[in-house]
Design a protein around this ligand. Sequence first.
Ligand SMILES: Cc1cc2nc3c(=O)[nH]c(=O)nc-3n(C[C@H](O)[C@H](O)[C@H](O)COP(=O)(O)O)c2cc1C
Length: 190
Amino acid sequence: MEVLEAIHTRQSIGKVKPDPVPREWIEKLLSAAVQAPNHYKVRPWRFVVLTGAARERLGDVMAKVFLEKYPDLSPDLLATALEKERSKPLRSPVLIAVGVDKPSEPRVIEIENICATAAACQNILLAAHALGLAAKWRTGEAAREPQIKQFLGFEPDQHLIAFLYIGYPEFEPPPPDRPSFEGNTTWMDP
Ligand SMILES: Cc1cc2nc3c(=O)[nH]c(=O)nc-3n(C[C@H](O)[C@H](O)[C@H](O)COP(=O)(O)O)c2cc1C
């Protein structure tokens, strides 16, 4: 797929089939990710690929965190909520958690590492789309939760900027209808 076509036709697809994605394809996505621009070539992205039962382990941590936050919910509500938390990572056969390295030297700036890692995430979304896979970038409270970061091997103060949910699309959505760039653009000449 030509790059402009991929950019214009990509869209978030949350409903995917449970069928596993071959590791070779996941590696293609990661390879696309690390082509992203990054200042001082620090390659600040960290990927944690969760498949199979690893997703259940993440779901268990999400449920534990929920329970610690909302211990006083009624038993009925709690049971439903905990089940929901547990099932979140099971929404797709592949889940890529994306963290950002903290600056390792004075000239490296945190926001630039975040920008570079976000560009790597977009490369994954576009590569997935080009391969006919569905993908959705999610964050939510889980992305800011120290226990979840720890489970994934990140430091509590490291940014976890994405959970990329990837799988084969359950359906073909209609083409995206997005506003033009015009309302967000100022032309300066001279
Ligand atoms: C940093 C970031 C965080 C996001 N977090 C969520 C999320 O937690 N839940 C969700 O449903 N979508 C999330 N999204 C996806 C956006 O909702 C989605 O990209 C937006 O609706 C535009 O749709 P599109 O991707 O089809 O163009 C996130 C996107 C980005 C870039």
